[in-house]
Design a protein around this ligand. Sequence first.
Ligand SMILES: [Zn+2]
Length: 162
Amino acid sequence: MVSTMDTLTIRTENKFRTLVTKQAYKKGEVMCAIPSENIMDKPNRYTVQIARDKHTHVGKLAALNHSCDPNVILDTENMLMVARRDIAKGEELFFFYPATEWEMNAPFICLCGATNCIHVVAGARFLPLSTLETQYLSPHIRELMIELLNNTELHLKNLQEA
Ligand SMILES: [Zn+2]
């Protein structure tokens, strides 16, 4: 059964939560469903953005930390968590927060150490397209990004014509 999170376990150390897998996964494998019973219109630390004005309370998955080189993808189109690469039993799971979050309510500094680290994790709207292009992005993030680029172009055009 795809929707269970039985293979995932939350570890707490010094109040810092991590999500760890009790089994290995192959790249592309579905790991669990993303909960969607509790949808709200504003983000908080337990939500993942699934559409322009929709944030779903993700339960256990709220313990997923951010990485700029993540091992899981939150596929908000199919509401599934998928392995981004082969994952070993006991590994901590991470996803790239700006892949789903347009504007986060609690930005932070990333110290993940990846060569492509974005450092300031505040949501997709604060990242250049070249950075976002290297990651899986949810459809609503693509849409909002295109909108932002179009608005900027229009603004620049208006300035030139003024
Ligand atoms: Zn990073």
